[in-house]
Ligand binder design. Structure first.
Ligand code: NAG
Ligand code: NAG
Ligand code: NAG
Ligand code: NAG
Length: 336
């Protein structure tokens, strides 16, 4: 009987070949993962991005939801096939369908090709917190693929600290006191977060130049708002629902007025975790309770006291964000 000479060199070569093949496959299929494997931090380099990373965190935080929920509401869901919603605003569209239909007829729902086509989406959610003051984060913020801003947060005059790029801005009528032509880019998506049916009424009256409605808001929204209807999107209330339910354990079906609801900031993080592969946050967090005179925003002087009747529980939200930081779902660019 003869045995073939066993040459350990063959084994080694075969393994090397296999390793090389895997490398090549990686570089073709996932450009960003390849970069990650050979990543050496260098000044000015962008964060490595791992495709699907946030998605894994999403199931940890929100349970087994798929990414199939659209980000923005679209006409066909309310026109051709009426999609029944379980909840009323802000967690669903039950009872507001007719108003919504009129708004969806004049706005859009698409996600820009520049975001769609990215293999790996690096996102930053820029909060309005005072911690952005003198942070010099502007340049770093501008480098993300998607920059999400909140409410009336100004950019003009604060570029050094908050950057100038805005991919999306989440707002509601009472927080729409900013000039989109000054604070946003021509292609910024202005994402309406609807809390009540009147919010659809307001956006319709602004975009179609109909008679303005003045009653039914807790603060007068702008009566004139210079914006291109093609920039407007209507956020799917699903994201408000899961932020309230899964992150804050708030009751979704409340018999009368909604007493507590997530802030736009927490909502934006929820959206980003579903839209992006990597989510960083900057300018989140409030001063400690004993710092009564400390401002909470980077652009105006208002204190924690103003949050008292806002319907937001900031300490509970802080716990939710801490948890997201702990499990690595998001990373903070400013102290949290
Ligand atoms: C969620 O999905 C994952 C993978 O599909 C599965 O392993 C896990 O058990 C599911 N969790 C729940 C709570 O259904
Ligand atoms: C920001 O920097 C300026 C100039 O150095 C300083 O006067 C100001 O107090 C700083 N503001 C904060 C909030 O640190
Ligand atoms: C806010 O959340 C904290 C922490 O979960 C809780 O202890 C507190 O009772 C809540 N406050 C209100 C007004 O619900
Ligand atoms: C993130 O927050 C932690 C505290 O929670 C802080 O130690 C760390 O410095 C922060 N990271 C940055 C980049 O500010």
């Amino acid at each position: 009987m003869t045995t073939l000479p066993r040459n350990p060199g063959w084994k080694l070569l075969a393994m090397l070949a296999l390793f090389l093949a895997v490398m090549v496959w990686y570089s073709i299929s996932r450009e960003d993962r390849y970069i990650e494997l050979f990543y050496f931090p260098a000044p000015g380099k962008r964060e490595p991005c791992l495709q699907g990373e946030a998605e894994k965190m999403v199931s940890k935080l929100f349970g087994n939801y798929s990414r199939e929920q659209p980000f923005f509401l679209q006409l066909k869901d309310y026109f051709w096939v009426k999609t029944p919603s379980l909840y009323e605003l802000p967690y669903g569209t039950k009872g507001s369908e007719d108003l919504l239909l009129r708004v969806l007829a004049i706005t859009s729902y698409s996600i820009p090709e520049s975001i769609q086509s990215l293999k790996c989406r690096r996102c930053v959610v820029v909060g309005n917190g005072h911690r952005l003051r003198n942070s010099s984060l502007g340049e770093a913020i501008n480098k993300y693929d998607v920059v999400i801003r909140l409410n009336s947060a100004p950019v003009a005059g604060y570029e050094q600290d908050v950057g100038s790029k805005t991919t999306m801005r989440l707002f509601y009528p009472e927080s729409a006191h900013f000039n989109p032509k000054v604070e946003d880019n021509p292609d910024t998506l202005l994402v309406l977060v609807a809390f009540k049916a009147m919010d659809f009424h307001w956006i319709e009256s602004i975009l179609s130049d109909k008679k303005r409605v003045r009653k039914g808001f807790w603060k007068q929204p702008p009566l004139i708002w210079d914006v291109n209807p093609k920039q407007i999107r209507i956020l799917n209330p699903f994201y408000m629902e899961i932020a309230a339910d899964k992150l804050l354990s708030l009751p979704i079906q409340q018999p009368h007025k909604i007493k507590q609801k997530p802030t736009t900031g927490l909502l934006a993080i929820t959206l980003a975790l579903h839209l992006c592969d990597l989510v960083h946050i900057a300018g989140f967090g409030y001063p400690d309770a004993h710092q009564k005179k400390q401002s909470i925003h980077y652009y105006e002087y208002i204190t924690l006291k103003s949050m008292m009747w806002s319907g937001h529980n900031v300490s509970q939200e802080a716990l939710a964000i801490k948890r997201m930081l702990e499990i690595g779902a998001v990373k903070n660019l400013t102290y949290f």
